[in-house]
Design a protein around this ligand. Structure first.
Ligand code: PRX
Length: 699
């Protein structure tokens, strides 16, 4: 496994550089939450030997309406955390801070993408024409806004436990929408704004969600993303069915004419309510609903190894305790100490849930949100944002870092980045070269880098450096979070010796873990808790679907997915999803999608496609040519979203299959990666000539 799974990060095997943790004061922090390696080891040791005591302590950082009676009930693989406790996630992120006298502190800072086109909030002291729109919200503002929107949602018939879909741009109202759901006990299901109509309707049907919050459009790279248009198309496909959308709630952001979409949605039987017409009128008294610790907080759809995305279910108490703890420890969050945390992820992904909203706001540290693209109007937009707002902790993805490297060292050099104290990365393995560039050019060889390994399913970081305690090595996510029993094991569940590649598992439950796959508990059991067991007790381990190794210091080096999921620019994508999109085009007979090394994206999408002879013959001029590749690429973008568009499409006469009819993906991966010699055992191939043809057909 080790060779084929390391997806271009082979150089990490030879990585020997070590960067010791530094004193907090040198970086502008008062202190570290965990300041020495011994303190980390003690904390981890305690969490393994007295887990109940450890988690009870961590849970005290959260405000409970009713205290819990029991820390954990574990009937593998079903966990219930903090039983008997009630709490509210919005209360913890907002109202609690107001109640404690911090209502006037900044909760959220937002910067819009357009320059000079705004509603009257230019950046202080800057040229109005060139200034972005900036809005700031205190905890009191957030309390009022979430209460008002909560009341409007109730008036639209949303009840505790209902699933509300959110498909919005990166604007403050998106955070308000998420927290308003939490406030009234509705379950939010956020869909990334880059997804296409088909993905919206699929998710709404699966979640049985009848209500969607959206906007007339969002700004990205100087253009308007047609969010409402996509929603209208999704509504159209569902109209008249039992799954028809009932309520569409729209924020005016772009101001474009959307009368046609509104009429179409109404004609399909859904009601349209505008934010600006309903929210200002609503009462700002709306209590935070007491939620059981195991009541659902949200669903978040993510890709798996089948064509159907799964709704990962997180519950209130465990998720909040875990993401607040990890945010505090990994980023050294401390309230009222001049910190401004910026995580560049979209709220449509788990990173945005945990580290744009819940983990950061629960710790009473202001969170920054930027609406648009890193290259608008110029390639240095991120650095200008850091300088303008004096961002102290910055968290982004390796793919972004590799893009910045390409854009050149002079861009960050032009800006004052001295406010930065800590940097983070997430989403995919970071190659040491990108790590070193980040360290030198953004962190100015001063800031620690936390390479945080985790997943939608884990709720928060599970393997990551704690910046004051753990020395870092470029490309390694280092050591497990306190409370996390991570290991690299073989198929039999035995822990492997240093430097052997194996399966990355977590051997005991933790509060932030997913509780189920919405509507398919069997899939939860099969996907995560069936592959590897404790060889002594037979208890299942949590299987991450990642391959990893540990080095002789116990550091983890994640090698990448061992299932049919690929990480494209840090976006998780099921190869089967792309295949389904391709075969839904009339030209395509069969498709096989694999990842291929990509300089910027980490992994690119490579699709092998066979065409229907009848389709080719039906009209003159139809051929497996570049024009058809473009058409198929656009088709995938339309079906799933632009980020899924294949980087390479290769036509083949047949796909290599085993005798049992399974597509030989390992072989296709080699072909996609340009490995000249086909190294796999091909004796089970049905048709050898296929291999030769595929290898010869260079894109
Ligand atoms: O393969 C791992 C990779 O991203 C996957 C999880 O994707 P998703 O659920 O979309 O969540 C991304 C943000 C948490 C993992 O199975 N991954 C995530 N972080 C890292 C990583 N691989 C290596 N190093 C990381 N720091």
């Amino acid at each position: 496994m080790s060779n084929e799974q390391n997806g271009g990060i082979e150089s990490t095997l030879h990585e020997t550089r070590v960067f010791p943790a530094r004193p907090a004061k040198e970086l502008g922090f008062d202190a570290w939450h965990v300041g020495t390696i011994d303190a980390y080891k003690d904390m981890h040791h305690r969490s393994m030997h007295d887990p109940e005591g450890f988690w009870r302590e961590q849970a005290a950082a959260v405000d409970w309406f009713t205290p819990f009676e029991k820390v954990l009930e574990w009937n593998a693989p079903d966990a219930k955390w903090f039983l008997g406790g009630t709490l509210n996630a919005c209360f913890n992120c907002v109202d609690r801070h107001v109640k404690a006298g911090h209502g006037d502190e900044t909760a959220l800072v937002w910067e819009g993408e357009p320059l000079g086109v705004h509603t009257g909030h230019p950046a202080p002291g800057s040229n109005y024409e060139k200034a972005p729109e900036i809005r700031r919200f205190t905890y009191r503002d957030m309390q009022r806004k979430t209460a008002r929107l909560g009341n409007v949602l109730k008036s639209l018939g949303v009840k505790k436990g209902d699933v509300v879909t959110i498909y919005m741009p990166m604007v403050p109202e998106l955070v308000v929408a998420v927290l308003a759901c939490a406030r009234i006990g509705a379950v939010h299901s956020v869909i990334f704004g880059g997804f296409a109509p088909q993905s919206i309707s699929e998710r709404m049907v699966d979640a049985k969600s009848k209500v969607i919050l959206t906007a007339d459009g969002g700004w990205r790279r100087g253009e308007i993303v047609p969010l409402l248009k996509n929603v209208a198309t999704a509504c159209d496909t569902l109209k008249g069915s039992g799954d028809a959308v009932r309520e569409v709630f729209v924020l005016r952001r772009s101001g474009q004419d959307v009368r046609e979409q509104v009429e179409s949605i109404k004609a399909g039987g859904a009601r349209v309510t505008w934010y600006h017409e309903s929210v200002p009128e609503a009462s700002d008294e709306c209590r935070c609903e007491p939620m059981g610790s195991e009541d659902r907080l949200f669903l978040l759809y993510t890709s798996g190894s089948t064509g159907k995305p799964k709704g990962i279910m997180h519950t209130t108490g465990g998720y909040l305790v875990y993401c607040a703890m990890t945010a505090r420890l990994t980023f050294n969050l401390i309230p009222a100490r001049g910190q401004l945390f910026w995580c560049t992820a979209d709220v449509g992904w788990i990173t945005g849930h945990s580290y744009v909203i819940y983990g950061v706001m629960a710790n009473r540290v202001p969170t920054l949100i930027y609406e648009g693209a890193p290259n608008f109007p110029e390639n240095d937009r991120f650095w200008s944002i850091i300088a303008r707002h004096k961002v102290t902790q910055f968290y982004t993805a390796p793919t972004a870092i590799r893009t910045f490297m390409k854009w050149g060292d002079d861009l960050p050099a032009k800006h004052d980045l001295s406010s930065l104290r800590l940097l983070g990365t997430v989403g995919e393995p970071i190659n040491p070269e990108a790590w070193m560039w980040y360290h030198a050019h953004i962190g100015r060889s001063r800031c620690p880098i936390v390479d945080t390994y985790w997943q939608t399913e884990t709720g928060g970081h599970v393997i990551t450096p704690l910046p004051g305690a753990i020395a870092t090595k470029p490309g390694s996510c280092t050591l497990p979070m306190p409370g996390i029993d991570a290991a690299v094991v073989n198929e039999q569940g035995h822990e492997l010796p240093p430097n052997s590649g194996g399966l990355l598992v977590i051997r005991r439950p933790w509060p932030g873990m997913l509780r189920s796959v919405h509507g398919d508990h069997d899939r939860y059991v099969k996907t995560y808790w069936s592959r590897v067991k404790d060889p002594r007790t037979g208890q299942p381990f949590y299987f991450s679907a990642d391959g990893a190794r540990r080095d002789s210091d116990g550091y983890f080096w994640v090698m990448g997915r061992v299932d049919d999921v690929i990480n494209v620019s840090g976006h998780r994508l099921g190869t089967m999803e792309v295949e389904s999109a391709l075969v839904s085009h009339p030209a395509v007979a069969e498709a096989a999608v694999v990842g291929m090394p990509h300089e910027v994206k980490g992994t690119g999408v490579c699709a092998f496609v066979t065409l229907k002879p009848a389709w080719l013959k039906a009209e003159p001029g139809r051929a497996p040519d570049d024009a058809l590749k473009k058409v198929l690429g656009a088709h995938v973008a339309k079906e799933i979203g632009a980020f899924a568009r294949p980087d390479s499409i290769r036509f083949a006469e047949g796909l290599p299959k085993t005798r049992s009819g399974k597509i030989m993906r390992r072989l296709l991966r080699d072909v996609a990666a340009g490995v000249q010699k086909i190294t796999q055992d091909t004796s089970t191939l049905e048709d050898f000539s296929v291999v030769a043809k595929l290898s010869a057909d260079e894109d």
